[in-house]
Design a protein around this ligand. Structure first.
Ligand code: AGP
Length: 603
């Protein structure tokens, strides 16, 4: 998730920007930059890596007098983390910073290049500043030019633009990505969230989607999505920085569960098109002469890999094997060159996964990674990479990374299926229709969260939990069990529902809690009879299903039943919230569970 700060006023601007960006570090970034106009003169600085590098670069610089200033921390989505790709992006006489993804940037970029505009970076953002200057050349009115520019953008953006053509203004627009305006007398602040302006501004206005405008001479002109000027209703600004970083949630994990709907949109943008899947970062030759796939990962990433394997074989008709990286490394695996080696990793730094990837590379296999951190070791070691665009994941127990990994695998399956001619147009349309519903299916309602909060009080003891499911709900059962184990420290295991009778059912009694994933759209009758066998032996059953199940001791009714992946993502949120609420009741540190690290960079 990128971070944005802006300031208009007479205070020293460099430190306001750098201190503000520091407060946004928790969002994760790989480069940063600032741009300032004062006395009509443009100054800018950029640096790759941590903010310290940018502070070092600006050590000798200090602004003075009235001016406008913008700053940005970048989480790479388009283009590697380099200085050229860092924001602010420069036109001839203007600078822009942007958070989000411009879905139609390639079309805009092509039009601009056709009229001779030179692009320095690989980013979607740079199109904004060049399009603005082209419009300003035609209109000779910076605000009208900005308005026309924004109207052309499709996708998610929170953007600030400053220009020598109007050196006392900051132009702003918000759609899909967060941004707020802070006020303190005649000083105006902009930020992606409140933490950068706590202690500086006294009042705040949270921009709504579609709103845009400009700040000048201590006041803000605000317009709604249809161009009508709007009155700004300011609110007092929060004062607790830690709480602000969590945006009011109790834990980062809770916040990240709620973020899944939004980050899923980011993950899909520019990839889920009207009638097909597109990965601009992939060369279709990657799949030439590939007859099988091997996916290698650890922990939660291994669970998304297992889910992906079901989809790849069923829809893309490509034989797929999944390996736990720490096992793969020492099993003397047979590796063939017609096998595509896929790694999955949130951090991109997991030692076992990285070493497995190096083994595959040494054996001459083509490799692809599905990762959340650009320029990480695993990304750099892979021939190709698909970024999940989940933004920084602070909770040690992975949630939104798992969700976006699974989505990328589903999109990749459809991409390969079409490439190899293994899917009918009707089936592809059905899959795309379901995919488009996923962000909505991930929305956490108060009603659901309250129900799970109440239910969780019954599951604080017992001699263990079984999460059971069939087909893709088996890896989801594994993931649900891992979430619970990780943050509640209660024993839980995921099991294929059909396997319970081959031993584990011996554990069944009233103190054994079974969380049964019972989708309507996939093998419902089979899973139902497995659960009935457990209930007959007095196991305590929490059934999660769109269909009432009278033998359940507890029941969470789900909404979706038309497509297995819709049911998958809806049940995923329920298992995440269940683990969260049980852990909170037990008084555990949800974000930093004992004995665990966010990234296991050692064997
Ligand atoms: C998941 O909740 C855990 N934090 C852990 O299993 C994690 O998924 C595993 O260590 C792999 O990490 P990676 O995705 O960064 O490679």
């Amino acid at each position: 998730m990128c971070g944005i700060v802006g300031y208009i006023g007479a205070k020293e601007k460099k430190n306001i920007l750098l201190d503000g960006l520091k407060e946004l570090e928790y969002r994760g970034y790989d480069s940063a930059g600032i741009a300032i106009i004062e006395n009509g003169e443009l100054k800018h600085f950029k640096a790759v890596g941590k903010l310290k590098n940018l502070r070092d670069k600006t050590k000798k610089y200090s602004s003075s007098g009235f001016g406008v200033a913008i700053g940005h921390t970048r989480w790479a989505t388009h283009g590697k983390p380099t200085e050229l790709n860092a924001h602010p992006h420069l036109g001839e006489y203007s600078f822009v910073v942007h958070n989000g993804i411009i879905e139609n940037y390639q079309e805009i970029k092509n039009e601009l290049e056709d009229v001779g505009v030179n692009f320095l970076s690989q980013t979607d953002t740079e199109t904004i500043v060049h399009l603005f200057e082209k419009n300003n050349t035609n209109l000779n009115n910076p605000f009208h030019a900005f308005k026309k520019t924004i109207s052309k953008l499709n996708g998610a953006y929170a953007t600030l633009l400053i220009t020598e053509a109007e050196p006392e203004s900051i132009f702003f627009a918000k759609n899909g990505s967060p941004m707020l305006i802070g006020f303190n007398g005649d000083e105006i602040y902009f930020a992606s969230s409140d933490t950068p302006i706590i202690g500086k501004a006294t009042e705040v206005y949270y921009l709504e989607d579609g709103e845009y405008g400009y700040a000048k001479n201590g006041e803000v002109k605000l317009f709604d999505s249809i161009g009508i000027e709007k009155e700004i209703i300011k609110k007092p600004l929060a004062t607790d920085k830690k709480m602000a970083q969590k945006d009011g949630f109790r834990f980062f994990m809770e916040k990240e569960i709620y973020e899944q709907s939004q980050v899923m949109n980011d993950c899909m943008i520019g990839r889920v098109l009207d009638n097909r899947i597109e990965f601009e970062e992939l060369d279709s030759n990657l799949f030439r002469d590939i007859n099988s796939i091997k996916i290698c990962a650890c922990g939660t990433s291994y669970h998304s890999a297992l889910t992906g394997a079901y989809l790849l074989e069923r829809l893309a008709k490509i034989p797929t094997q999944v390996e736990i990286a720490s096992e793969f490394r020492y099993k003397e695996p047979l590796l063939q060159k017609d096998t595509l080696f896929i790694t999955i990793s949130q951090s991109g730094e997991t030692a076992d996964t990285l070493e497995a990837l190096k083994m595959a590379n040494r054996a001459g296999l083509k490799s692809l990674t599905i990762c959340n951190v650009d320029n990480s070791s695993i990304v750099r070691e892979s021939s190709s990479a698909i970024l999940t665009r989940a933004g920084i994941e602070k909770g040690v127990a992975s949630t939104k990374a798992f969700a976006t990994q699974t989505m990328v695998l589903w999109m990749l399956t459809l991409y390969i299926a079409e490439l190899k001619g293994n899917i009918s147009k009707d089936r592809l349309d059905d899959e795309l229709h379901a995919i488009r519903k996923i962000p909505k299916a991930l929305i956490v309602t108060d009603r659901l969260h309250d129900k799970i909060h109440r239910l969780s009080k019954r599951y604080l003891h017992g001699h263990g939990f079984f999460f059971i499911g069939r087909d893709i709900f088996f890896p989801l059962a594994l993931e649900g069990a891992l979430k619970l184990k990780e943050i509640s420290y209660l024993h839980a295991e995921g099991y294929p529902a059909g396997e319970m009778k081959h031993g584990p059912i011996a554990l069944a009694d009233s103190e054994l809690f079974t969380i049964a994933l019972m989708p309507k759209s996939l093998h419902y009758d089979k899973i139902k009879s497995n659960v009935e066998e457990l209930s007959a032996r007095d196991a305590t059953i929490l059934a999660i299903s769109p269909e009432e199940f009278e033998l359940a001791d507890d029941f969470i009714k789900t909404k979706y039943s038309s497509h297995a992946m819709l049911e998958f993502f809806e049940m995923m949120v329920i298992t995440q919230l269940l683990a969260l609420e049980i852990s909170i009741r037990l008084g555990n540190d949800v974000d930093m569970p004992r004995n665990l690290a966010k990234s296991v960079t050692v064997e």
